[in-house]
Design a protein around this ligand. Structure first.
Ligand SMILES: Cc1ncc(COP(=O)(O)O)c(C=O)c1O
Length: 353
């Protein structure tokens, strides 16, 4: 990759926009030493806390990378073009922030499951929100209808661009920075990295940096029980958004992970509750997944090793679910909260890429 931001395409004449203003605040998130989560483990444990990105999640990096890359390629013109994306969560919020900065119109196609809070955040940034309510008659799923609406909007809107985070290599490249920051903070010694996988962007970018720098890091990818990301089992309903997917993204390269851990929705809740109770870190659902995965890989961690957990977002957007006892009891029965039991998913070795 010949250019400084990992982009294979040359900058347009006149250059690409510099990272100024709020854009300069994306990344450089804190790496926090965790001394209370698993004091029984003979390792040094750290959390890369992505909630401290200005839009509140790891997806600020992807949104910035994809929009800036498209501007660089001449596919988006600030002040004139429209970004159209099917996303209702962190990527949508990240895009809303970046598009507002670049004076780009953003249309987010969401579905009826999107929280009112997220819709309000998107509108506050100036994004337009289209809600798809009717499922695809053939499959009963909402996603195909969202994608159909994106296709219609792209066809009818001049100067429109679809970032398509599930296939866009700029999403992966954006996470070279995530791993570079972790590596720099630990003088290049990262023995284990535990991260949640959805589009495969975080996984791909971190694995790429590890390969490029010749680091000896074991990457543990965390997927959801009921997700098809790593070709295991059939897709089924999941409650916790972020990690996992019902179709395999074009971006995902399974060999980027050395191991895959599957966790349940309840694992996520218990992981989140334990993290806030032990470390006073209020984190989102996929962070709970990563905390639960740590228990699963604990036996593999060599004494003295540096172990890094990537925590993709904060808990504020999960107050009505993960941090609401009534919601937890409605979905999981009368579990003891916070329950400190080690959860029971499987560890799958899939070889090194
Ligand atoms: C909260 C959360 N966790 C995990 C992920 C997965 O990250 P990636 O898409 O980089 O695989 C996402 C992606 O949107 C997310 O929003």
């Amino acid at each position: 990759m010949p250019y400084e931001d990992g982009n294979a395409v040359a900058p347009p004449p006149g250059g690409i926009p510099e990272l100024r203003g709020i854009l300069a605040a994306v990344g450089k998130t804190p790496l926090i030493a965790l001394e209370r989560l698993r004091p029984d483990l003979p390792v040094k444990l750290y959390a890369k806390t992505e909630r401290f990105n200005p839009g509140g999640s790891v997806k600020d990096r992807s949104a910035l990378g994809m929009v800036r890359g498209a501007i660089r390629q001449g596919r988006l013109v600030p002040g004139r073009s429209t970004v159209i994306e099917s996303s209702s969560g962190n990527l949508a919020i990240g895009l809303a922030q970046i598009c507002a900065y670049f004076d780009l119109r953003l249309v987010c196609v969401v579905d009826a499951r999107t929280t009112q809070q997220n819709i309000s955040i998107l509108r506050a940034y100036g994004a337009e929100v289209e809600v798809v309510t009717d499922p695809d008659p053939a499959t009963g799923e909402l996603l195909p209808m969202r994608l159909r609406r994106v296709a219609e909007l792209l066809a009818e809107t001049p100067d429109a661009y679809w970032p398509d985070q599930y296939a866009n290599p700029l999403n992966r490249q954006a996470h070279l920075t995530t791993m570079r920051e972790i590596s720099e903070a630990l003088d290049g010694r990262v023995d284990h990295l535990i991260l949640a996988a959805g589009t495969g962007g975080t996984l791909g970018g971190c694995a790429e940096f590890i390969r490029q720098s010749g680091m000896d890091t074991t990457v543990h990818a965390v997927d959801a029980v009921g997700s098809v990301l790593f070709g295991k089992g059939r897709s089924c309903k999941r409650l916790v958004p972020g990690h996992g997917a019902s179709v395999v993204p074009r971006l995902l390269r399974p060999a980027d992970a050395d191991h895959v851990v599957h966790v349940t929705d309840l694992d996520c809740v218990l992981g989140c509750r334990r993290l806030v109770r032990r470390e006073a870190i209020l984190a989102g659902g996929s962070s709970g997944a990563v905390v639960s995965a740590l228990d699963r890989v604990a036996e593999r961690l060599e004494p003295g090793s540096n172990v890094v957990l990537i925590l993709p977002d904060g808990g504020d957007r999960y107050l009505d679910t993960i941090y609401d006892d009534a919601w937890v009891r409605r979905h999981f029965g009368d579990v003891a909260l916070p329950q400190l039991a080690v959860s029971t998913g499987e560890l799958v070795d899939i070889g090194r890429g």
